[in-house]
Design a protein around this ligand. Structure first.
Ligand code: C2E
Ligand code: CA
Ligand code: CA
Ligand code: CA
Length: 280
C-alpha cells in the first residue's frame, strides 16, 4: 500500500517536473523567437455593423515553432507574461501592427480609413512605459493616434488602478482609442467605466456565441449594449460565427462585430486584400 502511494507521489512529481521543464523550454524558445523575429501578426477584420464596412483589424500574435508547430497565443502569452517577455513582445506587436498599417497606406498613396487594434496585457502596462512606446511607434510610422485602438482587459484596472488611469489618460492625449477587452469576464467593479477614458466595450465571446439559443446570454448582451449606449461608448461583439447572430446583434444596436462569420485572422497580405475587395 505504501509502495503504491509513493509510486503515485513519484508519478505526480515527475509530471510536475515535466510540466515545469516544458514551460522553461517554451520560455527559452519564445525568447529566441522574439529576438530572431520569428513571431508574426495575424489581422482579423472588425466590421462596422451599421455601415456594413470593414472598420479595422485586430492584430493577433502568431508563433509557429520549428519543431512543435503552431503554438496558441493562449499558451505562449501567459508564458511571456510570467517571464517578463511580454514587454519586448508587446513592443514588437505595436511596432509591427503600425508598420503594417503604414505599408497599406503607402500602397494606397494616402491614409486608408482603417483602424488597427493591438492587445496590451495588464503585466505589460504595469512594467513598461506603454504610452511612450506607442507615441514613438506612431511617430516612426507616421500614423495618427486616432487610428489606433488599445485593447485592455479589466485585470489591468484590478492590478494597479492608479497606474492604469495615468496610462489611459496619456493614451487619450495621443488621441488613441481604448477598448475594454473580454468585457464581462473580469472581476472589477463597474465604477471604472465612469472614471476611465474607455471608448469601446468588447463583449466577450462567451456571451455572444450560443446567444440565439440562450435567453440569459441575450439578456446580458442587451444589458451591456444599453450600458454602453448610456455611457456613450461603442460596442464590439466577439465570436460572431453566423449571419443570424450578426443580424441579431445589429438589430440590438451593437455597433461592431468580429468573428469567423466576417473573417478569420489573416496574413497582412490577405487582410489588405480583404479590405480592398470590400470597399467597392
Ligand atoms: P482576444 O484578445 O480575446 O482575441 C480574440 C480571440 O478570439 C483570438 O484568438 C481570435 O482568433 C479568436 N476568435 C475570433 N473570432 C472568433 C470566432 O468567431 N470564434 C471563435 N471560437 N474564436 C474567435 P487567438 O488569436 O488565439 O488569441 C487568444 C488570445 O491571446 C487573445 O484573445 C489575446 O488575449 C491574446 N493575444 C493574442 N495576441 C496578443 C498580443 O499581441 N498581445 C497580448 N498581450 N495578447 C495577445
Ligand atoms: Ca483582444
Ligand atoms: Ca477579446
Ligand atoms: Ca475573448
Amino acid at each position: 500500500k505504501r509502495a503504491k502511494t509513493s509510486g503515485r507521489v513519484e508519478v505526480h512529481h515527475s509530471g510536475e517536473a515535466a510540466c515545469a521543464r516544458y514551460k522553461l523550454d517554451l520560455e527559452t524558445e519564445l525568447r529566441r523567437a522574439i529576438d530572431q523575429g520569428d513571431l508574426r501578426l495575424a489581422f482579423q477584420p472588425i466590421m462596422d455593423l451599421g455601415a456594413n464596412r470593414v472598420a479595422g483589424f485586430e492584430a493577433l500574435a502568431r508563433w509557429t515553432h520549428p519543431v512543435r508547430g503552431v503554438i496558441d497565443p493562449g499558451e505562449f502569452i501567459p508564458v511571456a507574461e510570467e517571464a517578463g517577455l511580454i514587454v519586448p513582445l508587446g513592443r514588437w506587436a505595436v511596432d509591427t501592427a503600425l508598420a503594417t498599417l503604414a505599408r497599406w497606406d503607402a500602397a494606397a498613396g494616402r491614409p486608408i480609413p482603417i483602424s488597427m487594434s493591438v492587445n496590451v496585457s495588464a503585466i505589460q502596462l504595469a512594467r513598461d512605459d506603454v504610452p511612450g512606446v506607442i507615441a514613438a511607434a506612431l511617430a516612426t510610422h507616421g500614423i495618427d493616434g486616432g487610428r489606433l485602438t488599445v485593447e485592455l482587459t479589466e485585470s489591468a484596472i484590478v492590478q494597479d488602478p492608479e497606474r492604469t488611469t495615468r496610462a489611459l489618460q496619456a493614451l487619450k492625449s495621443l488621441n488613441v482609442r481604448v477598448a475594454m477587452d473580454d468585457f464581462g469576464t473580469g472581476y472589477s467593479s463597474l465604477s471604472y467605466l465612469r472614471k476611465l477614458p474607455i471608448d469601446n466595450l468588447k463583449i466577450d465571446r462567451s456571451f455572444v456565441s450560443g446567444m440565439l439559443a440562450d435567453r440569459d446570454k441575450v439578456a446580458i448582451v442587451r444589458a451591456v449594449l444599453s450600458l454602453a449606449d448610456a455611457l456613450g461608448k461603442t460596442t464590439t461583439a466577439e465570436g460572431v460565427e453566423s449571419i443570424e447572430l450578426s443580424q441579431t446583434l445589429a438589430a440590438l444596436g451593437c455597433s461592431h462585430g468580429q468573428g469567423y462569420f466576417y473573417g478569420m485572422p489573416l496574413t497582412p497580405e490577405a487582410a489588405h486584400e480583404f479590405w480592398q475587395t470590400r470597399i467597392g
